[in-house]
Design a protein. Structure first.
Length: 255
């Protein structure tokens, strides 16, 4: 019964908003804001198996590659910086400066070095997604309780076991938070990167629809992008619950 209640709460607001959009747009005669019924009808005609293969799957592949590289680089560098006091003091101003630079403005610069292929699009995703993971990892590693580190030293666990059995578990809630933020940023940058000198992808398709005044098709692409983001968020929630089950259980008991 509790699971059914949670499911109803999860789909309740989207269902209400969808119904409101349907009713509000039912009599629309605007060229730029067609009825939702027309957008849904166009959805089935536009997003065929061929277009999924040519546009949707390449976008997901680029996002997956960029996100994976961001996680690897962000966690590895974050642990190194967080565990090395002098390196943290040395890099902190640079990290704050780099984080403040909006990733979209780097697209022309990245294009100069990486060209206009898939490598450029993956690099754009990494340029923005790596920072939440890196900074949250640094903060998580540095927030480990000194008592835990002293206990590990007393038991002579060594650096590797201390890292794997004490530091990373303690920092994992912050790391996963950074990964969640990075996923949302990655989706945004995936679309932006595909709007520049691209031949495929969701961003490319949406821009092409807009330029050819295929407005219902353009809205169907935006709708598909929203559904993709929601699906990725749901998958990440499953990952979150699996990795941090002990953390969520602990918080539930404290509440």
């Amino acid at each position: 019964m509790n699971a059914i209640r949670k499911a109803l709460l999860a789909i309740g607001l989207p269902a209400v908003l969808f119904a409101a959009w349907w009713l509000a747009s039912a009599g629309s005669t605007s060229f730029y804001f067609p009825p939702l019924s027309a957008i849904i009808a166009e959805f089935g005609e536009t997003w065929t198996a061929e277009r999924w293969r040519d546009d949707v799957l390449p976008s997901v592949a680029r996002l997956g590659a960029g996100y994976a590289l961001s996680c690897i680089a962000g966690i590895a560098l974050g642990v190194l910086i967080g565990r090395t006091r002098w390196l943290f003091r040395l890099t902190e101003p640079v990290l704050e400066f780099a984080r403040a630079v909006p990733p979209p403005v780097l697209v022309p610069v990245i294009m100069l070095f990486a060209g206009i292929g898939d490598g450029m699009k993956v690099a754009v995703i990494v340029s923005g997604s790596v920072w939440p993971i890196l900074l949250n990892t640094v903060a998580g590693v540095r927030s480990v309780e000194p008592v835990q580190l002293d206990t590990a030293a007393a038991y002579r666990l060594g650096r590797t076991r201390t890292l794997l059995e004490v530091v990373l578990p303690s920092a994992s809630p912050r790391i996963v938070t950074g990964m969640r933020q990075a996923l949302a940023i990655g989706v945004i940058l995936m679309v932006i990167s595909e709007m520049f000198a691209a031949q495929s992808g969701l961003g490319f398709a949406i821009v092409q629809f807009q330029r050819s005044y295929a407005i219902p098709a353009m809205w169907s692409g935006i709708l598909l992008l929203g559904c993709l983001g929601a699906a990725l968020a749901a998958l990440f929630n499953v990952f979150d619950r699996a990795v941090l089950h002990w953390y969520h259980h602990q918080r539930a008991e404290e509440a």
